[in-house]
Design a protein around this ligand. Structure first.
Ligand SMILES: [Zn+2]
Ligand SMILES: [Zn+2]
Length: 288
């Protein structure tokens, strides 16, 4: 396939995948406070701010895609100056005046526990009647965002550097073609398509979406062993689904080199099932 045709296909797929997202608004309705080439990107994860607009937060002249990225940047120090998008009016409002609905069944950004803000308490109540969730103030919602970051978050990467392994090397500026996120930030989730051109993904889920959209054969896909970070042929790995460990884009298929390791991880982390590559289905990927 010619490169140009390939790029156009990519664009069409990306646009249609985003079209169903609750967070996305027409660009004309979005208030973006950054300028220049950084205008559209979350400075923490690289995701597109118009596509994830309704969960966007600002702090010190930066605009983040979500309370998750705001938390990651501020590291537990509550940002007094932060603003959040009002889900109804789409304007930026002071977080201290916002009514957050946390844990509704409307999908969130970068997290499994979604969080949407409202300037009006009545609108927040309305949202809860339709979609569930709990009303919170900013401090409470920020505390919930902290739960995305497990206490042992940095330990695995440190341990793995002791044992030399062949990893998937990710260029610093590589972005996932499905969600637009910078991939190098999430080494234990990296997946790769090594075809005419290389594409990097922030998780197996987005890799599979890419494979299904283009009907690509499995032999050019690679994943990273979750604990060792070693590069595995996707078709040879074993995957845990339904565990309590979440990737940068939420629920994931978590890869391991051996079935035993996958099973042991599943036991420790409430995994629902261990499956082989052939058992992954498009419906399963969509439901994650
Ligand atoms: Zn972000
Ligand atoms: Zn992605």
């Amino acid at each position: 396939m010619e490169r140009r045709e390939f790029l156009i296909l990519g664009l069409v797929f990306t646009t249609s995948a985003y079209a169903q997202m609750f967070q996305t608004v027409p660009e004309a309705n979005a208030t973006l406070i950054q300028s220049g080439k950084d205008k559209y990107a979350c400075p923490n994860c690289g995701m597109h701010l118009v596509k994830f607009y309704k969960t966007s937060h600002t702090h010190e002249n930066h605009q983040y895609c979500s309370i998750h990225c705001l938390y990651e940047v501020t590291q537990g120090v509550i940002p007094e100056d932060a603003k959040v998008v009002d889900t109804i009016t789409l304007e930026l409002i002071d977080v201290k005046k916002a009514f957050y609905v946390v844990g509704s069944n409307v999908k969130g950004t970068m997290t499994r526990t979604s969080s949407y803000a409202f300037g009006s308490e009545k609108e927040a109540q309305n949202f809860i009647s339709n979609n569930g969730g709990k009303m919170m103030n900013f401090q409470e919602a920020y505390a919930v965002a902290a739960e995305d970051f497990p206490e042992d978050f940095g330990k695995k990467a440190t341990a793995s550097t002791v044992v030399p392994v062949t990893k998937i090397e990710v260029p610093k500026d590589a972005k996932c073609p499905i969600c637009g996120m910078f991939v190098a930030k999430y080494p234990q989730w990296v997946a790769l398509y090594d075809g005419d051109k290389k594409f990097y993904f922030d998780g197996v889920k987005d890799m599979m979406k890419y494979a299904y959209a283009r009907k690509l054969s499995s032999d050019k896909f690679y994943v990273s062993d979750y604990y060792k970070l070693s590069k595995l042929e996707a078709s040879q790995a074993f995957y845990v689904i339904g565990s309590n460990v979440y990737g940068p884009m939420g629920n994931e298929l978590i890869p391991f080199a051996t079935q035993e390791e996958a099973q042991s991880f599943a036991r420790d982390h409430n995994g629902q099932k261990v499956i082989a590559f052939d058992e992954i289905t498009e419906a399963m990927v969509k439901s994650l």
